[in-house]
Design a protein around this ligand. Structure first.
Ligand code: CO
Length: 470
């Protein structure tokens, strides 16, 4: 039951560093050239006031620049509207996931009308056209310079479609050369709009619209070769709550398990809704992968029995010594595209997992073999292992070190890679023993440590990032 220091990962980081060469143990592969660009919450108080939830903290950008076996590190706060307003006011000034400093009805109305809530883009990094962007769940990507991490003017990147909520997990379709995402527009009848942005452009094109009376909170969605999969968990809201109450964003959603979970399967090319199938009630943040096989659609998701995991991620809980009770399980949901509407589910691994990755570049939308994730050991207060799952054999391989807390394992394939585990895993690990973080480089095939790069400070726990080739 001892926290062992993971609370340090929820502590404000005041230090910003520019191009510090990291001390290296082991050997970084020479072929690894480019930038690991990550974002995450790193400031949890402004003035005397605090944010409430891990998802609320002000976004910091991180760059690990790999060149000829050397690694140079920079970190810099994203100068978003949310950040600048909070600094100017000396208090949190924009509504976040679970913190809402806006008191008046007028401000709430304005908030809904202007489609956004402060673009504190602390969830993921991506590319739109030629722009490198930080993303959150409001549709206001924030562009930044991938070398200097300076925040850039992002006004041209606002989507041309209406909506207040989106995901920070766009999908990339290598064959169609486009990315997909959805926007949710609140209304008397709310609308999910799936859209695509073709490579090299920034313009959103509508793919399909789905109406809903009670929109669900969906942090990600699925994609197979032919289909997009919108998984409507029964964590739903009546949009009127956003106008009539003064609750933070997520507290407007209610768990209504009797609805079950609906899988909407949408044809990427025609926009046609091919099927809506129903599964037991569950909640998830992350889809892993989805693929078609023998007339069936397999959708792999890190599933939780209910949304109580959201409550476990309030900072007060995370900074306590309470163990994490919520366990996400890698689960395969199978939709029979030609058969009945019942979804069959099967747990694929024993470990409690989150932040799943795989060889996305080559296996997205296709059958695949390996999943990489961060795991939580029984009684651990936070994610304390890195796990590789072989879906073919069921074998789970773990990396663990006492008092170490790893984040998302990002897979980088070797150039000319043969198998889908031919490459390395990069993960930022908080070492609570010494009060600093390091970047670990694991061999994705045998899960052995190849190198660790010592960061001069503790990096607060973040969510996502991507490797951008040099
Ligand atoms: Co996520």
């Amino acid at each position: 039951m001892v926290n062992n220091g993971s609370a340090l990962g929820f502590t404000t980081l005041g230090q910003e560093l520019t191009e510090v060469e990291l001390h290296q143990r082991g050997q970084v592969p020479e072929w690894l050239e480019g930038d690991l660009l990550r974002t995450g919450p790193a400031q949890f108080e402004v003035g005397k006031a605090s944010y409430q939830h891990w998802f609320d903290g002000l976004a910091m950008l991180y760059r690990f620049h790999f060149q000829q076996g050397r690694v140079v590190y920079s970190n810099r706060y994203l100068q978003s509207d949310a950040y600048l307003k909070a600094k100017a006011a000396g208090a949190p000034s924009s509504p976040e996931f679970a913190t809402n400093p806006l008191p008046t009805l007028l401000q709430r109305l304005r908030l809904v009308a202007r489609a956004g809530s402060g673009n504190n883009a602390n969830v993921n990094t991506s590319r739109i056209g030629t722009h490198t962007v930080a993303l959150t769940e409001t549709p206001q990507p924030v562009a930044f310079d991938p070398a200097s991490l300076a925040t850039l003017d992002s006004r041209t990147l606002l989507p041309s479609l209406p909506g207040q909520v989106t995901t920070a997990h766009p999908h990339f379709d290598a064959r169609r050369q486009c990315q997909y995402n959805y926007l949710l527009e609140f209304g008397r009848v709310s609308k999910y709009r799936l859209y695509r942005i073709d490579a090299g452009t920034t313009q959103a094109q509508l793919v399909a619209t789905l109406d809903t009376q009670r929109p669900a909170y969906m942090h990600s969605f699925g994609m197979s070769e032919r289909y997009l999969v919108l998984t409507e968990f029964p964590l739903v809201t009546n949009p009127l709550r956003f106008l009539l109450g003064n609750r933070p964003f997520i507290q407007n959603y209610r768990w209504e398990p009797e609805r079950g979970t609906l899988f909407h399967v949408i044809d990427k090319d025609t926009g046609q809704i091919m099927k809506t199938a129903r599964a037991e009630p569950f909640f998830a943040f992350h889809h892993v992968n989805a693929f078609e096989r023998d007339g069936k659609l397999c959708v792999d998701i890190i599933a939780f029995p209910d949304p109580s995991v959201i409550d476990e991620l309030y900072l007060e809980h995370l900074r306590s010594e309470a163990p994490t009770k919520a366990a996400g399980k890698l689960t395969r949901f199978t939709v029979d595209l030609d058969g009945d509407d019942a979804v069959v589910s099967q747990t694929l691994a024993d470990a409690a997992l989150e932040l799943p990755r795989f060889d996305y570049r080559r296996r997205a939308g296709q059958p695949y073999r390996y999943v990489y994730a961060a795991g939580t050991s029984p009684k651990a207060a936070f994610m304390d292992t890195l796990i590789r799952i072989d879906l073919e054999t069921g074998k789970e391989t773990a990396w663990h070190e006492a008092s170490c807390y790893p984040g998302e394992p990002v897979f980088v394939p070797r150039p000319e890679a043969q198998g889908e585990d031919d490459g390395v895993i990069l993960s930022v690990v908080l070492d609570a023993k010494v009060g600093r973080s390091f970047l670990i480089v694991l061999d994705a095939a045998n899960w052995s440590e190849q190198a660790r790069l010592e960061v001069p400070h503790p990096v607060p726990f973040g969510f996502h990032g991507n490797f951008f080739k040099g």
